[in-house]
Design a protein around this ligand. Structure first.
Ligand SMILES: *Cc1c(COP(=O)(O)O)cnc(C)c1O
Length: 420
């Protein structure tokens, strides 16, 4: 059974102070996950997590990451600016972008961050539009084809299709890029790849590591380049469904270590640092969306109309993603009803849950939509003139602060020109 990270009493108290809907994040939960991640990779002296900003782009969350010694993975000009304003600088930042505008590279160059090239063509583009290349450069690899890990003991299968993904370079392009970069005076190299998303498997990172490590050895042997780091990127999943088995990050770290010892160490590459860019794994379970039932409706189906909608949480509408829902105060009641939980957008896919078994739920009940701490608020939008909610942080001392206010119509109007 999935339990919220706050008690009913606490959530009612918060909801009496802040209007629903709102996001709530759990600082202690984030810190606990981070401690496990650090333990998992403690064997690698250069290890660093670069938290994927796009997962939860809020300064308070990013400050927690900074306090924990993590860097940031930025993907755009605005994310770079946010990182800069928070005091992240230089190699605290990995810039993993794609289809990159010139001004983004120019700012990345000015901030002297670690640049991760998504394409061989970006090398010349960078030089022309941002200036000389940094001493350390990373390139993103895409092995193409289909990536599978087969079924785990628990019956989960990891499958993704890098061959259809717009990201990264082919093996030949990686070799050419490294040669070009080497000629242009780049001294240290990184390799990055992201082959599958939201993986529930302790084998994903280790399998990915084997692929990149082997490529690193080939590059080192054939070109004599110094590989400074391997960036395993994101993709480590979380158990959205109650029946999902969660990843064991310690087993994942041990699997990467084994690959490291079998591939890199024999090649004399003992100083390669391991980087990760996890977003979902770091914050996903440590955030929830709290919403209240406004209306009940019964036609051909039973509906719970809530005060949040897909503008607040796009994943169900966009990917058919499952987010577990519990009804505050009714966690132990039997799930005797089947509801579609809907928002108020003029779109029939505006459903936060479809044909979901829940206890009998009433107008005024509070619903907790679980595991929305990553790629939740940040994917929000403004369709139908609907506004984005506030974000709250449950601090480790138990107090709650507002870390983003709710939007107002004035915010929505702020970018409009009005005819006289
Ligand atoms: C989205 C993304 C991440 C984070 O992915 P998660 O699945 O949230 O861990 C990391 N790196 C890059 C380049 C990404 O695009």
């Amino acid at each position: 059974m999935k339990k919220p990270f706050v008690s009913d009493e606490k959530i009612r108290e918060i909801a009496s102070q802040y209007p629903t809907p709102f996001y709530l994040y759990d600082e202690q939960g984030i810190r606990n996950t981070d401690a496990l991640v650090k333990q998992a990779f403690a064997w690698n002296p250069g290890y660093r997590e670069y938290f994927a900003v796009k997962a939860t782009p809020n300064p308070y969350i990013l400050k927690i990451m900074q306090d924990l010694g993590n860097g940031l993975d930025c993907s755009s000009y605005t994310e770079l600016l946010m990182a800069k304003r928070l005091g992240f600088s230089g190699h605290d930042i990995m810039f993993s972008s794609n289809d990159t505008p010139a001004q983004d590279f120019a700012l990345a160059k000015e901030m002297n961050v670690l640049v991760n090239f998504d394409d061989i063509g970006h090398i010349a583009f960078f030089e022309k539009r941002a200036g000389s290349l940094p001493e350390t450069v990373c390139c993103r690899y895409n092995q193409g084809g289909v990536f599978t890990l087969g079924k785990s003991k628990e019956g989960f299968q990891v499958m993704d299709t890098p061959g259809e993904s717009k990201f990264g370079m082919t093996r030949e392009q990686i070799f050419s890029s490294f040669q070009i970069l080497q000629k242009k005076g780049v001294k240290h190299f990184g390799l990055h790849a992201f082959l599958a998303s939201n993986t529930l498997s302790n084998d994903y990172y280790p399998s990915l590591a084997r692929i990149i490590f082997q490529l690193a050895v080939d590059l080192h042997r054939q070109l004599g380049v110094h590989i400074a780091f391997v960036n395993l990127s994101g993709g480590v999943g979380i158990p959205y469904r109650p029946e999902d088995k969660e990843n064991d990050i310690l087993a994942i770290g041990a699997g990467v270590k084994k690959a490291y010892e079998e591939i890199l160490v024999p090649a004399g590459m003992k100083d390669v640092a391991i980087f990760t860019e996890m977003g979902r794994y770091m914050t996903g379970p440590h955030g929830c969306l709290v919403t209240r039932v406004l209306h009940k409706k019964k036609t051909y189906r039973e509906y719970l109309g809530v005060d949040a909608n897909s503008c607040n949480l796009m994943r169900p509408a966009m990917y058919g993603a499952y987010h577990h829902i519990t009804v505050v105060g009714k966690e132990n009641e039997p799930c005797t009803h089947v509801y579609d939980v809907t928002g108020n957008l003029c779109e029939n896919n505006d459903k936060l849950a479809v044909q979901r078994k829940l206890p009998e739920t009433d107008v005024g009940d509070l619903l907790i939509i679980h595991d929305t701490g990553a790629h939740g608020f940040s994917m929000g939008y403004n369709y139908n003139g609907r506004l984005r909610s506030a974000e709250l942080l449950l601090k480790k001392d138990g107090s709650v602060i507002e870390i983003r206010r709710a939007e107002t119509p004035e915010d929505y109007f702020a970018t409009l020109r009005w005819p006289k």
